[in-house]
Design a protein around this ligand. Structure first.
Ligand code: ADP
Ligand code: MG
Length: 745
């Protein structure tokens, strides 16, 4: 029977790891148990080798063979002690997920005579450092011609190795986080780009801090990803080919009750879901992922998991692990996790809020207003550099979040629209306005606000004294795609399914470039006085003022969902990008392409074109798969089910008439169906024809444009009518579990 949702599933039994005393292990004890971190390395390596590694880790030197061999040996012993039989280079091709190929530690060693082989376990330094998967089947956007189809995975020493359980109880696989590059050194993956963007940002941030009189050696970006997802019964999932093939429901009428009572958000977590979350968290903790928060989200069946923020590259690795572990564990609990941005029409979709900031190697958050006035110049300069980057490169921030799936969410009522803008909150807005207008700041006396003292008691803004900055802890403008939340920005438009790597790399590159411009502005002022090397307060304030004026257009405090904003944004000259093909083209606009290549060195020109092509091709494929699936569903299931119901009604009409009864209601029921069935048939014919037209496009760019312009509107019309049929056809004839069954368990 289709309606399995009502069948209660007994919760799965999981043993929680106990301490020797028999008590449950504390989260702090579980944390990182399966990670070969610096502590383990230090324990297992001779001191000089360890010191060598630490020097080489940040890429300041290349890893020499002796050190690599020593680390490989140490990690193999550690991993085999924990059941590892295999190792894998784990990398991030441009598919949105991760890739791995496992090799066993087994080596055959032949005797001198060559006829006697003995089996030994080995893992060499060169195996640790580099591997050569057959890479020809990963997206490369045409960058690799077949004769040089080789790709290399290279250990990313900034992210620690870890083990994950194998299929057989007690076994494990050693994971080596890696980058993925082509034979001639071009990036084929998500990670290389992010590492380069971080480097570009660090370079400029360190330089800017020097001008402010601060000496730091490295600045890194921090990232905390709030992951939203749906959980549905796996047996019901199995009955929805649309979910299986496309990740979302292509059909399905919205039930009378969904989220309008607002009773799900932060509600009690259903027990099977809590069991799933707990088991996933246990595994993630052991993997060193600092999972922190779990709760119900707004839509029925929707949940969220948030970790504690970390250095961005590690946070990206960890977000990909979160998705993978949730997927696996849900399976064990007979649930299916949906990461698609919009699995259900008419109901909230899922995002991945990327909380982002910059930190010095001394742990100072550069977006944190502090109590010291001198560091608040720093705060404002970094804040304004972020706004400047977002303003200048709004187009590629839009690119970075665009996909066939996230476009269903963007612009819908629960997610920010296709216009990129930044929200600062009332207090910070007032601070910037006051500085710009050279006036005293209005006094805010909201009790739950943290007051941050700036400058002296005299607020004479004509001289170089900054006003008091009040840290706004109240921001809850959920409509903004990019919001300042006290001491970090939150990039909210990022989709739940995508890797956070690309959007974060683009944001980081844009800010790196903007920092470069801030440096130039300050340097121009410093150099105007011979013998001066750091910026005076006057210099800083003048530059701050200039930047405030320059970035005003990107700041928006109102309702991003309103029509008024669309008009206002147009007046301000902001981009309003409504579809994927237009969004992708932004990558090639000179303002963006120059910044990403010459400006920051995040991409080579070839890599940038390749990235563009990968996105375009992926989009066309995604939409084509959806359209093909919809045709199949309607022809194979929806229409036959409707015909069966009509036949049932017709038989009844014959029977009723034979019995001399009035069959008018049944006749009316059939007649109500007829025009809708005819409409669906015509629309499916049109959709099939349009699919052919898309296939006939001579190049991928045109294919993507046609997919967007032809397929998506037709799919929406088919759906409207098919959903009307769902409402009219008797439930027992309907071939699929409905939203009510999928969402309420
Ligand atoms: P809110 O509830 O206002 O969104 P939280 O404190 O719950 O704020 O943080 C949400 C996410 O932001 C968490 O993953 C958190 O670790 C992360 N976060 C906090 N501070 C920073 C920071 N400086 N850089 C990056 N992420 C951060
Ligand atoms: Mg948040």
């Amino acid at each position: 029977e289709a309606k399995l949702g009502a069948v209660a599933n007994a919760p799965r039994h999981v043993d929680y790891p106990l301490a020797q005393s028999g008590r449950v292990q504390f989260p702090s004890e579980l944390f990182g148990q399966n990670v070969f971190g610096l502590k383990e390395l230090q324990k297992s390596l001779p001191k000089p080798v360890y010191a060598q590694y630490v020097k080489q880790m940040r890429g300041r030197q290349t890893l020499d063979k002796t050190t690599a061999d020593a680390i490989a040996h140490a990690v193999r012993v550690w991993a085999m002690d924990r059941g590892a039989t295999h190792f894998t280079h784990w990398f991030q091709p441009q598919t949105g997920s991760t890739a791995e190929k496992h090799d066993s530690f087994l080596t055959l060693k032949y005797s001198n005579s060559g006829d006697d082989a003995s089996a030994i376990d080995t893992f060499s330094g060169s195996q640790l450092l580099q591997s050569e998967p057959d890479a020809s089947s990963f997206p490369s956007g045409g960058m690799r011609t077949t004769f040089e189809a080789r790709g290399y995975t290279v250990w990313d020493t900034t992210s620690p190795m870890f083990i994950r359980p194998g299929a057989i109880k007690g076994t494990a696989t050693l994971y080596v986080p890696s980058v993925f590059i082509s034979y001639n050194g071009q990036a084929l993956d998500e990670k290389t780009i992010l590492l380069r963007a971080n480097e570009a940002l660090s370079r400029n941030a360190v330089k800017l801090l020097r001008l402010l009189g601060e000496n730091v050696t490295r600045v890194f970006t921090t990232l905390g990803t709030e992951q939203e997802y749906f959980l549905i019964d796996r047996a019901l999932y199995a009955l929805r080919p649309d979910l299986k093939l496309t990740g979302r429901t292509l059909l399905g009428a919205v039930p009378p009750k969904h989220q309008q009572l607002e009773d799900h958000y932060f509600g009690k977590i259903p027990s099977r879901v809590l069991a799933t979350m707990s088991e996933a968290e246990l595994e993630l903790m052991q993997l060193g992922v600092p999972v922190k928060t779990r709760h119900n989200e707004v839509a029925p069946g929707q949940f969220e998991l948030a970790p504690i923020f970390e250095e961005a590259t590690v946070a990206v690795d960890h977000n990909l692990l979160v998705m993978d572990v949730l997927h696996q564990v849900a399976h064990r609990h007979k649930l299916k996790v949906l990461f698609h941005e919009k699995p259900f029409r008419g109901i909230n979709g899922s995002g991945k809020h990327c909380n982002w900031s910059m930190s010095t190697d001394q742990g100072d958050n550069l977006l944190d207003p502090t109590v010291k006035p001198e560091t608040n110049y720093r705060f404002l300069l970094f804040l304004l550099a972020t706004l400047l980057g977002v303003h200048q490169h709004q187009g590629i921030l839009r690119t970075s979040i665009s996909s066939a799936s996230n476009d269903h969410r963007l612009g819908a009522q629960e997610a920010p629209p296709g216009i990129i803008s930044a929200f600062l909150g009332e207090q910070l807005t007032e601070v910037l306005d006051a500085i710009e207008q050279k006036r005293t700041i209005k006094n805010f006396s909201v009790p739950h606000m943290q007051t941050i003292k700036l400058g002296g008691t005299v607020l004479d803004l004509k001289v170089s004294v900054l006003p008091e900055i009040v840290r706004d802890l109240t921001d809850r403008n959920r409509t903004s795609p990019f919001a300042f939340t006290g001491n970090k920005f939150e990039f909210r438009a990022v989709g739940s399914k995508q890797s956070p790597s690309f959007p974060v790399a683009i944001l980081t590159a844009a800010v790196a470039s903007a920092l470069g411009q801030v440096i130039s502005l300050l340097e121009a002022r410093i150099q105007s006085t011979p013998g001066k090397f750091v910026a005076t307060e006057d210099d800083k304030l003048a530059v701050i003022r200039e930047l405030i004026t320059k970035t005003k257009a990107i700041r928006f405090e109102g309702d991003n969902y309103s029509d008024a904003w669309v008009q206002e944004a147009e007046k301000r000259g902001l981009l309003n990008i409504k579809d994927c093909p237009t969004a992708f083209a932004q990558l090639l606009e000179p303002v963006n392409a120059d910044m990403l290549t010459k400006g920051t060195g995040v991409f080579t020109p070839e890599e940038l074109h390749s990235r563009y092509h990968v996105l375009v091709e992926r989009y066309a494929k995604d939409v084509l798969i959806e359209a093909g699936t919809l045709v199949f569903l309607v022809n194979q299931h929806v229409l036959p089910a409707t015909f069966e119901y009509r036949k049932n009604l017709a038989d009844t009409i014959v029977a009723l008439k034979g019995a001399g009864a009035d069959a008018a209601p049944e006749v009316a029921a059939i007649n109500a169906l007829t025009p809708i069935v005819s409409a669906v048939q015509a629309e499916i014919a049109a959709l099939s024809k349009a699919i052919d037209e898309v296939h006939a496009a001579e190049d991928p760019v045109e294919e993507a444009k046609r997919a967007n312009a032809l397929l998506r509107p037709l799919m929406a019309t088919v759906r409207d009518h098919a959903d009307q049929l769902e409402d009219l056809v008797a439930d027992k004839f309907w071939p699929y579990p409905k939203y009510t069954e999928l969402l309420f368990q």
